[in-house]
Design a protein around this ligand. Structure first.
Ligand code: CMC
Length: 443
């Protein structure tokens, strides 16, 4: 055995073997702990629990580093584009020209969804949240591709990856069209991935939307920066659901639902709602920050803080510049943006945030950019989902190729009542027998 730690409890000592990652991170293997010692580890929120070994993304939260397959996020943001990064995440290496053409064509050819699926959108209420629609429609794809449901690795599984990558922008854009009560717009083969998404969102039967190149670039950048973030809440959900050997569509649908929460991907929508609240309540940035610091009704500064980054989020660094460019290019001004900038300034010089190492995260600036380009607020998290798709898919594929994968099944420390004996109704309370009788009424 190489390196290990020793754990002593109630006079017994066991060895916990160390696994060292390529960037020097060390994990102590506790998998034999319960069998050998009769105890488990307890780690609410999994802040100290490694659930797998992965070669997809690396984060150093103290240094503010994020790399996809070894490539620095800032480098990729400057030189690459979303679809190339999707290939990188899925296949492990940057593509050569032929490989990229084949991959991109495969994705573009799959953007159309089955015509029967179009009718689903009419069945949702007008004000259905796009994340609810996305989760439902993604899960329903399993009914359209039953032949690929069993594929867990290899070309058939990769084909499902391309389908999901291709179809989510269509699903998201169509959920928007449905909410407006206007006809859906079909994808076009002469447009790229991002341009197609914007086209399906904003073109109408009587007017073709021509996106400003700055808008297309910012959207591509946002997708790229969101593409993977190792074992975050939604990705862990995708892995957990997939670990039961549920199909890829079911696993990704669960990931969409996990992303929806305001502490995760929903923070970009929550940020704009927070800014609107500040305006409506007539508060200054300082007054709102004081409320946050006093933890009034659990108020948090949305778009700030991160479980892993205890330094500037490197994605936020790139997006901050992009946000500045987009605001300038589109000449966007307004009180909402002013409030966001003031909040950033106040928080970044306040000891509460400095001491807790709370910096703006990716959602702070993505919310600002999406608002500036006129994206409806309730679409923000669905856009995050489009970006995160390559990461979910790569992690799902990696999990299915990992011989160490077992069904994810955490333990617990039970804190409820110890064994109790059932007491029939007649001997309980006022002794009355309920009108609504359970099957066996326990009289
Ligand atoms: N505003 C005010 N206080 C905060 C914030 C915030 N945004 N984030 C953390 N804190 C405080 C928290 O109250 C706690 O203070 P104390 O020590 O006095 O109890 C301390 O900082 C540590 O917080 P925590 O809740 O233990 O941190 P966590 O790692 O469990 O939570 C987080 C991480 C992202 C959920 C949290 O920072 C948060 O709620 N941020 C706002 C929501 C947000 O922007 N989410 C997007 C994250 S980035 C995109 C993504 O990955 O999805």
């Amino acid at each position: 055995m190489s390196e290990f730690a020793e754990l002593t409890f109630r006079g017994r000592t066991i060895r916990l073997p160390a696994t060292v990652g390529t960037e020097g991170e060390i994990g102590l293997d506790v998998s034999a702990l319960r069998d050998e010692m009769g105890v488990i580890t307890l780690d609410p929120g999994y802040g100290n629990t490694g659930s797998c070994q992965s070669s997809i993304a690396f984060i150093d939260g103290d240094q503010g580093i994020l790399r996809y397959r070894g490539y620095d996020i800032a480098d990729l943001a400057e030189h690459s584009a979303f679809l190339e990064v999707a290939y990188l995440l899925l296949h492990g290496n940057l593509p050569e020209a032929d490989q990229f053409d084949e991959f991109a064509e495969g994705v573009m050819d799959n953007m159309l969804v089955h015509e029967n699926l179009r009718h689903f959108f009419n069945a949702f209420p007008r004000d259905a949240h796009p994340m609810a629609v996305a989760a439902a429609v993604v899960a329903s794809l399993a009914t359209f591709y039953p032949e690929s449901m069993g594929a867990r690795r290899g070309p058939d599984a990769m084909e499902s990856c391309r389908r999901l990558l291709a179809k989510l922008p269509t699903i998201v854009a169509w959920s928007y069209k449905q909410s407006r009560g206007v006809p859906v717009t079909y994808p076009r083969c002469d447009l790229g991935y991002v341009q197609n998404f914007l086209h399906m969102m904003f073109s109408t039967p009587y007017r073709t939307y021509e996106p400003d190149p700055a808008v297309s670039r910012a959207m591509d950048l946002m997708f790229l920066l969101h593409a993977d973030h190792e074992q975050n809440c939604s990705t862990s959900t995708v892995r957990m659901v997939g670990s039961s050997q549920a199909n890829m569509f079911a696993s990704i649908s669960a990931g969409v639902s996990a992303l929806w929460g305001p502490l995760h991907g929903g923070a970009n929508q929550a940020l704009i709602e927070m800014l609107q609240y500040i305006q409506l309540a007539g508060l200054t940035a300082r007054q709102f920050v004081d409320k946050v610091k006093n933890k009034e009704a659990g108020i948090r500064l949305m778009g700030f803080g991160h479980r892993v980054y205890k330094n500037y989020d490197p994605r936020a660094m790139v997006l901050k510049k992009a946000a500045g460019d987009v605001l300038q290019k589109l000449g966007v001004q307004g009180r909402l943006m002013d409030t966001a900038m003031e909040l950033e300034q106040v928080a970044l010089s306040d000891p509460y945030f400095l001491e807790r190492k709370l910096y703006p995260n990716v959602d702070f600036y993505s919310g600002i950019i999406l608002h500036a380009i006129g994206m409806p607020t309730n679409m923000f998290t669905a856009i995050f989902a489009i970006g995160r798709m390559p990461g979910w898919l790569s992690q799902w594929m990696e999990m299915n190729s990992d011989p160490q994968t077992r069904i994810a099944r955490p333990r617990q420390i039970y804190t409820g009542a110890t064994q109790r004996t059932y007491v029939p109704f007649r001997q309980r309370g006022d002794g009355r027998i309920p009108n609504r009788r359970p099957c066996s009424a326990g009289e």
